[in-house]
Write a protein of this length. Structure first.
Ligand code: GTP
Ligand code: MG
Length: 191
């Protein structure tokens, strides 16, 4: 997809504040600091649109972005960061679950995992949850630039054993893998 316009729409914590469900949405989820916001920026080719950080827990709201007036990207707060205060963590679960469970406009979930790591327990919980709620999803294994070609191939084999063929390698640094991720998004939008 040729991105001609990508803009921040708004942040929300609850359904009453979401934008109207007038466009199909692609939601990005994953553990804190895994690279969700970087993936959004690099897919759109807009530096700094979604706030990125070395500090886990940067994205604490649901952020909506609109692309070409055709679809929206939704940056969800990361899960699993122990150092975030308990009170904040307790708000995250209903915030993420509420969106994933009830949002009718949601066409595709992109579960982002670190290409270097074994499947993490919270990611497996999320996969089970997406399966149980019958949400369409793919798995993007990001930070692939941090691995040699042969290490990456081995890691992908291991990840596919757990997540199936829906695993797509990606690097927000080099944009390697962007075509396939866009292809997956496009096909989710047409059916
Ligand atoms: P939270 O919003 O805190 O949950 O984090 P996030 O998942 O949005 O992660 P973010 O995009 O802020 O990235 C976290 C860190 O990882 C930043 O320092 C990024 O520069 C780095 N990073 C993200 N993706 C990649 C990648 O593909 N390659 C490399 N080398 N670094 C990456
Ligand atoms: Mg973020």
């Amino acid at each position: 997809m040729k991105v001609v316009a990508a803009t921040f729409v708004k942040s929300a914590t609850e359904a009453a504040h979401y934008p109207p469900p007038s466009l199909p949405e692609v939601a990005f989820l994953g553990r804190s600091n895994v690279g969700k916001s970087s993936l959004i920026n690099s897919l759109l080719g807009v530096h700094g649109l979604a706030r990125t950080s070395n500090t886990p827990g940067r994205t604490q709201l649901i952020n909506f972005f609109e692309i070409n007036g055709e679809l929206r990207f939704v940056d969800l707060p990361g899960y699993g960061y122990a150092r975030v205060p308990q009170a904040v963590r307790e708000q995250w679960r209903p915030m993420i679950e509420g969106y994933l469970r009830h949002r009718a406009a949601l066409a595709l979930c992109v579960l982002i995992v670190d290409a270097r790591l074994e499947p993490q327990s919270l990611d497996l919980v999320m996969q089970d949850w997406l399966t149980a709620t019958a949400r369409r999803f793919c798995v993007v294994a990001t930070k692939s630039d941090k691995l040699s070609r042969s290490r990456l191939a081995a890691r992908l084999t291991a990840l596919r054993r757990v997540y199936g063929d829906r695993v797509l390698p990606y690097s927000s640094l080099t944009r390697a893998g962007a075509e396939l991720v866009w292809e997956t998004i496009r096909s989710a939008l047409v059916d």
